[in-house]
Design a binder for this molecule. Structure first.
Ligand code: COA
Length: 133
């Protein structure tokens, strides 16, 4: 059954401006270790691809935080939730540390979809539970 849904829209220009102002520290605060590798690879190819990756991840993490009903409150953290792509391109949510434990203890699973166009990135997350709680 559905445990929660969450959505978020993010202004890519704001992400770009913050990245310009705060540099890599901003990306390092928002992205988990595996996401950072992808970010650096894509940014190395083209600055805009890096910024778009960061913006879709930013929106997907906020959407996930809403779907689990916590917002960005512990155990939900930016880096605890990574959105990584399968070889097919499909994004998947991978959780780390206490957030992973919190999620598993409730028997939850998550689905995410992301999109971006011109100045905006948007995401939608559905969280399911196996139990009737
Ligand atoms: C959920 C959160 C990540 C969204 O922040 P945002 O990107 O600035 O705002 P958005 O416009 O995307 O989303 C706001 C909507 O999220 C929803 N929302 C807020 N808290 C939520 C929660 N715990 N679970 C699910 N949805 C939530 C509400 O519908 C809210 O709209 P409303 O205020 O009109 O009711 C953010 O509100 C949050 O982390 N809150 C928890 C921490 C907190 O309360 N901080 C404030 C003190 S520093």
């Amino acid at each position: 059954m559905v445990y929660g849904i969450g959505t978020d829209i993010c202004d890519i220009r704001r992400i770009s401006a913050t990245l310009g102002r705060r540099g890599d520290r901003f990306a390092e605060r928002v992205l988990g270790p595996r996401e950072l590798e992808v970010f650096r690879y894509r940014r190395g190819k083209l600055e805009d691809r890096g910024v778009r990756f960061l913006a879709t991840r930013f929106s997907a993490k906020e959407a996930f935080s809403k779907a689990i009903g916590l917002g960005l409150r512990m155990p939900m953290t930016w880096r605890g939730c990574e959105i990584l792509n399968l070889p097919s391109g499909k994004p998947e949510i991978h959780l780390n540390g206490v957030l992973a434990e919190w999620f598993a203890a409730r028997g939850l699973s998550a689905h995410v979809t992301v999109t971006d166009e011109a100045d905006y990135a948007a995401s939608f997350v559905v969280v399911e539970t196996r139990s009737e709680k």
